[in-house]
Design a protein around this ligand. Structure first.
Ligand code: ARG
Length: 589
């Protein structure tokens, strides 16, 4: 496990230069020069003003002094004090090109590893056994996977946990019906995810109908629940069969979505059964939970219903049963105590915000969440239909996830075929999958996480606008340019940093250099849309560069080699960025 050296960004180097130039008299260890990319110059520093206030000196004087000291730096060609005490900074072309040289040679494009902390649990996807996955599970899966990939890339140990809904009283009727059906008709194994889920849907419907219409069956089902909880062998086998069959379906969805979840990450609610009674006893004995109307509850001063009654977190129902919240408390205890996590992320829709607020607070009181451990509800908005209402079929049913993904791939295929790329059938299928799935993922990830968005396949697979296909296309065009560049010239030219840069080159190079600071923000906020926005702006900066600066017909060999290197770095950055979002970047489109 080698630690790759980090290439400092221009912003970080500027920051160091400014801190070094500040008057020795000041205690400046805590100063942030607040460096931002700027339209007026390359960068702007806004941190001199608050520092001058702290030191009790006139801000303009301090800014002017720092500006004079900085101009001798080989990183900076001009530094001007402006306004009440801001600095406008223009960088040396050689320094900007120097970053390209450093990153082009480096593994990971020079993005450093943080490697801080012990481990981060990412709880995501979390579909429910014997049920269709819905678009909420789709969002959780896509967002959780991207967050996990990015954390891991930056050096955090990530533990993926798929908190499957695999326990509950509904299993009584499902197992009972399945056992009776097998006795009558024999056992058949499903052969695919699609077949699994249609069988499970049929099982659910049939069991439900009998449960509601046949009191004797309902009684047998209730006894089944008791037997399941008691660990009766035949009942458990029936339950396992249903879980296994559901996983065939989930895994097919994960496979199509190209996410990293495996069976090893599936740690469902049932896993925590053996720990529930201990959690409940512990919390009751320590007075954290109290009896109220027979149920064992945790109360919170600041959580009250609209009619001002305290809202409890119920950890044991009056009939003795445990619920969703108890399982989550046991899961926190396990994740911190056994998995040794110092951060737990829950990628779950925003309607569960209150649940997590209460669970986290209760876990703090119980000491399951200690001071050094962070718990975050990484919440997200809903997926809407074109009518602005929750996404449903015309008949008002939940949309089947697999058909939705199939539809995206079919649309993508049409887009590819229109361009008549001369691909054979197999390559066409592969490409359509990469584009169609990429389109769905990108549409989701590029929306600010907490907002709702409209599921519109036509827009998602469009070549225009801020879409996955647009970025994949930008990447493929660069690869094609590089292929032509290589064909024309042996790629042996050494990069020359002693060349004057065009404005479009400067802008693109400075943007390329920002990747690591964007990734830092993504892991601070758990907001992958910031990476999407960065990549979109990168593709646009490349287009501007490509229009203004001929690459293959550059004025001379040096400039041509430099521009090919800029194109290469852009292609590599797009590929890396899309990869971190879980989106393929094919070389040809
Ligand atoms: N299975 C739940 C649902 O479909 C989501 C579980 C979220 N994770 C958790 N640890 N509670 O709504």
């Amino acid at each position: 496990n080698t630690v790759t050296p980090l290439v400092q960004t221009l912003g970080q180097r500027l920051r160091d230069a400014i801190v070094a130039a500040l008057p020795d008299a000041a205690d400046v260890s805590e100063v942030d020069p607040l460096i931002r990319p700027s339209d007026r110059a390359d960068y702007q520093a806004n941190g001199v003003l608050p520092l001058a206030k702290r030191l009790g000196v006139p801000p303009r004087d301090l800014a002017a002094k720092v500006a004079t000291l900085l101009e001798n730096d080989d990183l900076i060609v001009s530094c001007e004090a402006s306004g009440p005490g801001f600095l406008n900074i223009t960088l040396a072309d050689s320094a900007i090109l120097g970053q390209l040289v450093a990153r082009s040679g480096a593994e990971r494009l020079g993005v450093g590893l943080h490697g801080t902390g012990k481990a981060t649990v990412v709880d995501y996807s979390q579909p429910n056994i014997a049920k269709e996955m819905h678009v909420g599970h789709l969002r959780s899966t896509i967002i959780g996977d991207a967050v996990a990939r990015i954390l891991e890339f930056l050096g955090t140990k990530v533990i993926r946990q798929n908190h499957l809904g695999d326990w509950g009283t509904q299993f009584g009727m499902l197992i009972q019906h399945q056992l009776e059906d097998e006795e009558a008709n024999g056992f058949r194994a499903a052969s695919s995810g699609v077949e699994s889920i249609s069988r499970l849907n049929a099982l659910y419907r049939a069991a439900r109908a009998r449960f509601d219409g046949d009191p004797e069956f309902a009684d047998r089902s209730r006894r089944r629940v008791v037997e399941l909880q008691a660990g009766d062998e035949r009942t458990l086998a029936g339950w396992q069969e249903i879980v296994r069959e559901s996983k065939v379906y989930f895994n097919e969805v994960y496979d199509r979505l190209d996410v990293l979840l495996t069976d090893d990450d599936a740690v469902g609610e049932s896993f925590y059964n053996p720990f529930l009674s201990d959690v409940v006893t512990d919390m009751e004995q320590r007075g954290i939970a109290v009896r109220s109307d027979g149920a064992l509850c945790v109360f919170f001063d600041d959580i009250r219903s609209p009619d001002d009654k305290p809202v409890p977190l119920i950890i044991q129902k009056s009939d003795g049963g445990f619920g969703y919240a108890t399982t989550d408390l046991a899961a926190i205890r396990y994740r911190v105590g056994t998995l040794d996590a110092d951060r737990v992320l829950y990628v779950v829709d925003s309607r569960q915000a209150l649940h997590f607020r209460m669970v986290f607070e209760a876990a703090r009181r119980a000491g399951y969440l200690t001071d050094g451990v962070e718990a975050v509800h990484v919440s997200f908005g809903s997926v809407l239909g074109k009518d602005g209402k929750p996404f449903k079929t015309r008949a008002g049913e939940t949309v089947r996830l697999i058909s939705l993904l199939d539809e995206a791939v079919t649309h993508a295929k049409a887009t590819v075929q229109e361009r008549d790329s001369g691909l054979d059938a197999e390559a066409l299928d592969q490409l359509s999958r990469e584009i169609g799935i990429g389109a769905v993922k990108y549409a989701d990830l590029s929306t600010s996480r907490t907002r709702d968005y409209v599921f519109d396949i036509d827009r998602m697979v469009s070549l225009n606008g801020n879409t996955g296909v647009y970025l994949q296309y930008a990447h493929a065009r660069i690869r094609s340019l590089l292929r032509r560049g290589e064909a024309q010239h042996s790629a042996s030219a050494v990069l020359d940093t002693d060349v004057a840069l065009e404005p479009a080159e400067r802008a693109l190079l400075i943007h390329l250099d920002e990747l690591s600071s964007v990734l830092d923000t993504v892991v601070e906020t758990y907001e992958p849309h910031r990476l999407c926005a960065y990549l979109y702006a990168l593709a646009q900066a490349f287009t501007t560069f490509y229009e203004a600066c001929p690459v293959l017909r550059a004025p001379n060999d040096t400039i041509r080699a430099n521009r090919l290197a800029i194109a290469q770095a852009t292609g590599d950055t797009l590929k890396l960025g899309l990869g971190l979002l879980g989106i393929a970047a094919p070389d040809r489109l």
